[in-house]
Design a protein around this ligand. Structure first.
Ligand code: ADP
Length: 248
């Protein structure tokens, strides 16, 4: 095969591959979309039962309905994570960066996880010293990162533990930290932790998950020209940090 026909074949193969990738991507988007609707409907039905809108329920029935509600919530969260991972690369390249106060993100996440923390008797706090400097951020995406780190800190924690969020300026960066007193990440698995679908062995034993949240978080933070890292000791606890450039 001469040089010109080889280039023509490769170009054709490349077009076919791109089409296949697009089809797979459309297929995934369709599945996520189709599953979302029945899960939302199920959530609503569980909620009505829990609120007694469909008739009085016994304590035993409530217990079972609550478990059903929680499993459904878990599926909703997993589906959202799959959808986020699917869009992560595209998000990374198209972030709407502008001067942002991320205090709302932190307070919003702490508020939405307050109930879960109470169930596990975990103390949730934010060591806010003064008002935070503005950072260059896409608020919606950075809120997702903060939510995921707090959710993990609660999920992989112990009963009566604590989760502390901190935010501190270092030169021209703001560093956000989420510290927990949980199961920690085994040393030999630490290098894989931001990989797609990776879950450490001790996490698999204790909790369900997709292994996608940190992968998405890393893409988002790097899209902000920031860095994400962690320090962890097995059975003692973990702190995840990420830094964002300040807005000038
Ligand atoms: P998921 O929590 O759904 O498994 P993530 O991508 O958020 O997915 O986290 C990947 C893995 O990193 C987890 O499965 C767990 O092994 C580990 N991990 C993340 N956060 C913590 C934490 N705060 N403490 C201990 N392990 C953690």
């Amino acid at each position: 095969m001469d040089h010109t026909s080889r280039i023509a074949t490769l170009t054709e193969e490349n077009i076919k591959l791109k089409e296949e990738l697009q089809q797979k991507s459309d297929f995934l988007s369709m599945i996520v979309h189709q599953l979302r609707t029945p899960l939302a409907a199920t959530k609503w039905i569980f909620k009505m039962m829990m609120d007694g809108d469909l008739g009085k329920i016994s304590a035993e029935q409530r217990n079972i309905i609550e478990r059903g509600f929680e499993s459904n919530e878990q599926m909703i969260r997993m589906l959202a994570e799959i959808s986020h991972a699917h869009h992560a690369r595209e998000w990374k390249l198209n972030l709407a960066l502008k001067p942002t106060d991320i205090t709302d993100c932190i307070n919003g996440a702490l508020g939405s996880f307050a109930g879960e923390a109470k169930l596990k008797d975990i103390t949730l706090s934010f060591t806010e010293k003064q008002s935070l400097p503005l950072v260059m951020a896409d608020k919606e995406k950075i809120c997702l990162v903060i939510q995921n780190l707090i959710e993990n800190a609660l999920k992989y924690n112990k009963v009566h533990g604590s989760v502390t969020v901190s935010a501190e300026q270092f030169k021209n960066r703001l560093v956000i930290g989420v510290t927990d007193t949980g199961i920690g990440i085994p040393l030999e698995e630490q290098k894989h932790i931001f990989g797609k679908f990776f879950r450490a062995k001790n996490a698999q034993q204790s909790e369900k998950g997709t292994g996608l949240g940190l992968f998405v978080g890393k893409e988002i933070v790097e899209g902000h020209h920031g860095t994400i890292w962690f320090e962890s000791t097995e059975s003692i606890g973990t702190t995840f940090f990420f830094s964002l450039p300040l807005a000038h």
